[in-house]
Design a protein around this ligand. Sequence first.
Ligand SMILES: Nc1ncnc2c1ncn2[C@@H]1O[C@H](COP(=O)(O)OP(=O)(O)OP(=O)(O)O)[C@@H](O)[C@H]1O
Ligand SMILES: [Mg+2]
Length: 265
Amino acid sequence: MPLTCSHLSVSYGRRRALSGFSLSMEKGEIRALIGPNGSGKSTALQALAGLIASSEGRAEIEGVSVASMSRRAIAKKLAFLPQQPVAPDEMTVAQLVRQGRFPHVGLFRSYGRKDEEAIAWALESTGLTGLAGRTLQELSGGERQRAWISAALAQEAAILLLDEPTSFLDIGYQVEVLDLVHRLSRERGVTIVMAIHDINQAIAVSDRISLLEKGELRFDGAPKALSESGLVEKTFRVKGTFVEVAPGKPPHFDVELTKLNRSGP
Ligand SMILES: Nc1ncnc2c1ncn2[C@@H]1O[C@H](COP(=O)(O)OP(=O)(O)OP(=O)(O)O)[C@@H](O)[C@H]1O
Ligand SMILES: [Mg+2]
């Protein structure tokens, strides 16, 4: 198993943010992590990436405890795109994406052909080749998000953790990023865990879904089973129906916008 965790609990001071979270990823599987704001999605991803320590349980990459691995050893296997990544504004897109190759290149070795190819591919895949020379502060929010996705891709890790990778993107790029995620999984066997708010995108792109609420795992299973569970309506406190779009296609969650049914301007 490329990535697993069992009974993982994380607290910030006295506040428990994640309780007994378990996950088991097959190679090439796409997993969507969904749940209300503050339900523990980012915390779970950070714990899987070895960035925050768990008070109980453990995360493992290929059977090795993440807590026992160096940052560089983790980075060779796993790329993590945080929800709010930070970099100096004066850094260019090309520099940011080159940084993604760091675990392969190290301090003293220079970039080889394989590194340059990975960088070019990462820029191309996110539609950023033409913007490579721009600084991050000269980009729109969505372009900046694509630059970070590009840096994560350049790392060419077998495991990819993405924290809301489409939150700032227009619908065209949202579809493009989800399509890229799908291709990475199917063509390259990349194992992907992605926190995402759009239920329909989660259902469309993922093999399995984990639903968190208040730090606890409420559901772990196939998208269709989630749609039949009634848990989406209950957890997010909305009314809605899962609609069959076409035979063999994943159902579509049609949320009722009753609170918007106001009369007149
Ligand atoms: N650095 C921190 N210090 C203290 N509490 C934190 C910290 N980060 C998160 N929390 C708290 O932990 C809980 C889980 O937060 P987390 O960021 O994992 O949620 P999330 O599901 O990713 O939410 P969102 O959808 O808003 O991104 C929340 O109650 C949050 O307030
Ligand atoms: Mg989050």
